[in-house]
Design a protein around this ligand. Structure first.
Ligand SMILES: Cc1cc2nc3c(=O)[nH]c(=O)nc-3n(C[C@H](O)[C@H](O)[C@H](O)COP(=O)(O)OP(=O)(O)OC[C@H]3O[C@@H](n4cnc5c(N)ncnc54)[C@H](O)[C@@H]3O)c2cc1C
Length: 458
């Protein structure tokens, strides 16, 4: 057994582990930071769906190595950590013992499949979407030879997979248990816009239906049976039914866990042991308003947590001003971007929050005759009392991917609709909506009007 010593050991080199390592090295340049990850080459997880169409076309076009980390003076070891002794501060690999001072679990997540469907994973042609290079390579080779695909799950991964298969000429069915797709991220009327695009891409979309059984013929998948009894013949089933925290290692180390199985952490990503941290999908998360535990798993949230932990390893260096995930993300469906941050109106109402909504549809260029002009729909959700912006949804052109980050910053900074109404925005005919019709400020103004109904100046 060979011995290695480091100051900071980070187990996992996904977005959370990598960002944590870079932040740690920048904040504590004299410390030896070591990242252990299972694969030398990893995929950009968010780009996995694009391997299945011509956008990327192969696993090879989606690979990143550990080279950037080395440039920052971060050491990397490839292999699996089998166990950790948190008292002795030693991590064990096959041939190595790693002695550490601080430890960060960044072991990520793995696909979740409902127990009733788990056995079907042994069938040829049934897949999940793990962040695993050899698995996705094999899946790509197999799916390239078949034509009919059923994707189960209407979260953004299921939708992106379905759209890319369809773009590649396959006959695609998309099945989801919720009445609308992208549940939790978009209100029904926004989800309905996305459903229309999905249908116009020739995808057979079936909402509000569960899968009863996956059908087989001699160990090869041949169809699915829905709870309604309907049968859909298929060559491939992709189960995009969620992810769960990968805590195998933390369980062996007797760490404390949160409600949804993530490693328990405080605001600074510290576990109960001040020398041990957890970041990313393997860590427990809180909802930014209710502070209840959250199931959200996103690279954006994971990276932010990596930054918090990386700067807090040797004491709290920067005060964390915002707590909880705002579930900020965007996706592309057809030629439209769908982006969301914070809570939806429906979620707010379910949680009995007193909110007001403003929604405005305009154009993303001005005048609308500019050749690449597209519709741009912005919806804001704000607290009736105080007017703080707590959610936003955008449907539009590519700029929605960055505009949602502006809404995210508004939410995190506690901005009110009154500030948003008078916010100064840069506008340009070929780049943005008109200053007179800027959807964010109009949506904020609509909320202000709604709140002030009945209030008159004396
Ligand atoms: C298809 C797909 C599309 C997605 N699209 C988006 C998107 O558009 N936007 C977005 O924000 N999020 C997206 N996500 C979610 C995002 O990828 C995850 O939230 C993110 O990868 C979590 O990062 P992480 O670093 O916590 O974990 P992971 O990325 O899961 O990385 C975990 C790391 O831990 C390592 N590891 C685990 N156990 C061990 C061990 N015992 N020893 C050594 N190493 C170990 C693994 O090798 C890996 O390096 C997508 C996910 C998928 C699957």
């Amino acid at each position: 057994m060979q011995k290695t010593v480091c100051d900071v050991l980070i187990i996992g080199g996904g977005p959370a582990g990598s960002v944590c390592a870079m932040t740690a090295k920048m904040n504590f340049p004299d410390k030896e930071v070591l990242v252990v990850r299972e694969q030398e080459l990893q995929m950009v997880p968010c780009a996995i769906p694009y391997i299945f169409s011509q956008t990327l076309g192969s696993v090879e076009n989606n690979l990143v190595s550990c080279a950037p980390a080395q440039k920052f003076g971060i050491s990397t070891m490839i292999g699996k950590v089998e166990s950790v002794d948190t008292d002795k501060k030693i991590a064990y690999m096959d041939e190595y013992e790693i002695f550490f001072d601080k430890l960060v679990f960044a072991t990520g997540s793995k696909p979740f499949v409902h127990p009733t469907l788990r056995e079907s994973l042994n069938l040829k042609g049934v897949f999940t979407v793990p962040k695993n290079v050899p698995y996705i390579r094999e899946m790509k080779e197999y799916t390239d030879t078949k034509n009919r695909v059923v994707v189960v799950g209407t979260g953004f991964i299921g939708i992106e997979m379905a759209m890319e298969f369809a773009e590649n000429g396959k006959e695609v069915t998309l099945v989801g248990r919720s009445r609308h797709i992208l549940k939790g991220s978009f209100d029904s009327e926004v989800a309905a816009m996305a459903e229309e695009i999905i249908k116009s891409a020739n995808i057979n979309y079936i909402g509000g239906e569960g899968v009863d059984k996956i059908l087989e013929n001699n160990g090869v998948v041949c169809g699915i049976k829905l709870q309604s009894g309907a049968i859909i013949d298929t060559d491939i089933v992709v189960l995009a039914t969620g992810f769960k925290a990968n805590t195998d290692l933390a369980e062996k180390a007797n760490m404390k866990f949160g409600h949804y199985g993530g490693i328990w952490v405080d605001e600074y990503m510290r576990t109960e042991n001040r020398d041990i941290f957890a970041v990313g999908d393997c860590a427990m998360r809180r909802h930014f308003i209710t502070k209840q535990q959250s199931k959200v798993m996103l690279a954006s949230t994971s990276s932010a947590e990596g930054r918090v932990a990386g700067s807090s390893l040797y004491g709290v260096k920067y005060l964390k001003h915002f707590s909880g995930t705002i579930a900020i993300f965007s996706t592309v469906i057809g030629d439209m971007a769908f982006a969301s941050a914070g809570i939806t109106c429906e979620e707010a109402k379910e949680g009995h929050a007193d909110v007001v909504v403003g929604a405005f549809e305009g154009m993303n260029r001005h005048p609308a005759a500019i050749p690449d002009a597209q519709k741009q729909y912005v919806k804001l959700v704000a607290m009736r009392n105080g007017g703080q912006i707590i959610g936003g949804q955008i449907v539009g052109g590519q700029e929605a991917g960055e505009m949602i980050n502006l809404i995210g910053a508004m939410i995190e900074s506690g901005m009110t609709i009154y500030q948003a109404m008078t916010m100064q925005v840069a506008t340009q005919p070929k780049l943005t909506a008109a200053p007179t019709m800027y959807p964010l400020t109009i949506a904020a103004t609509m909320i202000a009007q709604e709140i002030s109904k009945g209030c008159t100046l004396q």
